[in-house]
Design a protein around this ligand. Structure first.
Ligand SMILES: [Zn+2]
Length: 508
C-alpha cells in the first residue's frame, strides 16, 4: 500500500470544511484541538454508516442494540483497569513547559526511524532512556531540556453530583456499558448463549496531542459489538457458508496476502470460527462503503501488543494519506471483563447451562470500530479529482451512504416548474429517500454542486415534464440523463440506490 500524502489530507479537510461535511468544534471561540462537529452533509453520511453497521452487524445477526451511560462511576473503571492503566507516556519541556507524547516525539526523529526502533509498549524509563540516547529536543522551543517520561491517564474525570470525591469518568469505550448490562439482558432472553449485544455511541479520551483531523480525536463515536458465547463451543452457525471466502492479511513485513478463511483458522491467524465470521462481516461492510479491497487488510497483532488475557487480536488497517491507520480491532477477550466486574461488584454474572447443568461465565469476541475513522476513509477513497470528463472535484460515494440520495431541480423557478418539482421532492421523501430541493444557479452549476458532495442522482423538471408528467434523471458518474415517468419515480430511485447504480442504464 502507498505511503503517506499529507497534501491530499489537507486538501480533503479543506473540502470537507467548505462543503459542510465537517465544522471545527467551537470554531467562533478558536477550536480546541481534537474536536470536530459534523455539518449537515457529513452528519448524513455518518448516520448512514452507523445504520449500515446496525443492519449488517446487529439486525441481520439477530443481535440486540442498547444505549448505556456516557458517564461511569469510578468503581466500573477500577474494575476494567482503565483507572489505573489507561495511560499514554507523557514528556514535558522544562524550558517552555510544552507537553508531548513521548513515543510520538521519538517516532518523528529521523535517526529513530532509520534505526527502526520499536516504540510501542515501552515503559516510561525505557522511553526516557531513548530520549537521552537520541538527544531529543523540544519540538516547540528546540531546547534539549526534556523531563523524565511519566504516565498520563487518558480519561476525562468529573464529579458526579455535589459531593466532592464522588469521581466519575467519561467512558473511554462503549464496551463497558455492555458488560454491565449483559446479565440482565441475557436473563430476559432465556439465559441462552451465544448472544450478541452492541451499541453505537460517543467515547472520550483526553489525548495528549490530538492530530490528523478525525484520526485522533478527544471525543469520537464507536460501534462496538460483544459476542458472548459458551467457551466450550466456539463454532459459528454460519461458518460453513463463508469458510471458502478469503481475507486479506498484512504479513508483518510490509506485504500482503489473501488467504482462505478456513486456512486462516488452521494457521492460527484467527483464533476461532466466531472471530473468523465477524472479520468476514467487517470485510463486506468495508467493501459496501466504497473502500476497495486493495486499500485495507487485517493484521494479527503480535503477542507484545496484545493484552495478557487476550487469545487473539486482529486489527483492520486502511491506507490513507496519513499513512496506514487502524480503523477497527477485533479481540477475543475471553472472560476477562465479566470476571473483573464479577470480582469487583460481587455480582454473579454466570448463566446456567441446561445441557451440562453448570454455571458458565461467557467468553467474548469483540469487534470494535471507530465511526469517525471509517468516515474519513470513505472520504479518502471516494474522492475523485477533476478530469477532462468532469471539470470539478467530486465524490464517488456508493448511493446507499451518499449524503442525499437525490437532488430535485426545477429548470426554472417559474411557470409551475417549481411547484411540480416540490411535488416530486415530497413523493421521494415519503418513500424514505433523503432528498434536497435546489433552485438557485444554472442547471450546470447545480449538477456540479451535487457532484461535489457525491449526490448520485439529480432529478430535473423541465417544460416537457409538465406536458408528459415525467422528469429526467441525471447520473453522477457518467453525467448521462434518462427521461422517466413521474409515476413510479420513487420506486425507481430506491431500486437504483439498492443496486448501487451510479451510471445511466443502457436503453432497453
Ligand atoms: Zn520547549
Amino acid at each position: 500500500m502507498e505511503s503517506r500524502n499529507p497534501g491530499k489530507a489537507e486538501k480533503l479537510m479543506d473540502i470537507a470544511i467548505r462543503r459542510s461535511f465537517l465544522i471545527p468544534s467551537s470554531q467562533i471561540y478558536g477550536s480546541p484541538a481534537g474536536f470536530y462537529d459534523y455539518g449537515p452533509v457529513g452528519c448524513a453520511i455518518k448516520r448512514k454508516l452507523e445504520d449500515l453497521w446496525r443492519r449488517e452487524m446487529l439486525q441481520k445477526e439477530g443481535f440486540h442494540e442498547i444505549e448505556t451511560s456516557f458517564i461511569l462511576p469510578q468503581a466500573v473503571l477500577k474494575a476494567s483497569g482503565h483507572a489505573d492503566n489507561f495511560a499514554d507516556p507523557l514528556v514535558a519541556c522544562n524550558s517552555c513547559k510544552s507537553k508531548f507524547r513521548a513515543d510520538h516525539l521519538l517516532g518523528q526523529l529521523p535517526q529513530v526511524k532509520k534505526d527502526g526502533v520499536q516504540l510501542s509498549g515501552l515503559s516510561p524509563s525505557e522511553l526516557s532512556g531513548l530520549l537521552k540516547k537520541y538527544k531529543a529536543s523540544c519540538p516547540q522551543c528546540k531546547k534539549e531540556e526534556l523531563s523524565d517520561v511519566g504516565w498520563f491517564n487518558l480519561m476525562f474525570s468529573t464529579n458526579i453530583g455535589p459531593i466532592e470525591g464522588n469521581t466519575g469518568y467519561f467512558r473511554p469505550e462503549t464496551a463497558q456499558g455492555i458488560f454491565l448490562d449483559y446479565i440482565r439482558i441475557i436473563r430476559n432472553y432465556g439465559s441462552r448463549l451465544p448472544i450478541g449485544i452492541g451499541q453505537v455511541g460517543k467515547s472520550a479520551r483526553n489525548e495528549i496531542s490530538p492530530r490528523q483531523g478525525l484520526i485522533r480525536m478527544r471525543e469520537f463515536t464507536q460501534m462496538e459489538l460483544e459476542y458472548f458465547f459458551n467457551p466450550s463451543d466456539s463454532t459459528h452457525p454460519k461458518f460453513d457458508s463463508i469458510k471458502d471466502q478469503t481475507l486479506r492479511f498484512a504479513d508483518g513485513e510490509g506485504g500482503y496476502f489473501e488467504i482462505k478463511i478456513s486456512e486462516a483458522l488452521e494457521k492460527g491467524l484467527v483464533p476461532n470460527q466466531i472471530m473468523a465470521y465477524l472479520l468476514w462481516k467487517q470485510k463486506m461492510l468495508y467493501l459496501a462503503i466504497g473502500i476497495p479491497q486493495s486499500k485495507f487488510a487485517f493484521r494479527k497483532m503480535p503477542k507484545e501488543e496484545t493484552p495478557h488475557y487476550s487469545r487473539g487480536n486482529v486489527d483492520m488497517e486502511v491506507e490513507t494519506s496519513y499513512g496506514i491507520i487502524e480503523t477497527a480491532g477485533t479481540a477475543y477477550r475471553t472472560d476477562y471483563d465479566l470476571s473483573q466486574h464479577s470480582k469487583h461488584s460481587k455480582a454473579d454474572l454466570t448463566v446456567f447451562d441446561e445441557e451440562t447443568k453448570q454455571k458458565v461465565l461467557a467468553h467474548v469476541v469483540e469487534p470494535s470500530m471507530g465511526v469517525d475513522r471509517m468516515f474519513w476513509c470513505v472520504l479518502e477513497h471516494c474522492f475523485r479529482e477533476k478530469s477532462p470528463q468532469k471539470e470539478w472535484d467530486w465524490f464517488d460515494f456508493p448511493p446507499a451512504i451518499a449524503p442525499y440520495h437525490a437532488w430535485v431541480f426545477p429548470l426554472m423557478k417559474k411557470d409551475g416548474l417549481d411547484k411540480k418539482a416540490r411535488e416530486i421532492e415530497e413523493k421521494l421523501r415519503e418513500a424514505g429517500l433523503s432528498v434536497y430541493y435546489q433552485d438557485s444557479g444554472s442547471i450546470g452549476k447545480r449538477y456540479a454542486r451535487a457532484d461535489e458532495i457525491g449526490v448520485p442522482y439529480c432529478i430535473t423538471i423541465d417544460y416537457e415534464s409538465l406536458q408528459n408528467d415525467d422528469a429526467t434523471i441525471r447520473f453522477r458518474n457518467d453525467g448521462k440523463q434518462i427521461r422517466v415517468k413521474a409515476d413510479g419515480l420513487a420506486e425507481r430511485i430506491s431500486k437504483y440506490v439498492k443496486e448501487g447504480r451510479t451510471t445511466a442504464p443502457e436503453p432497453a
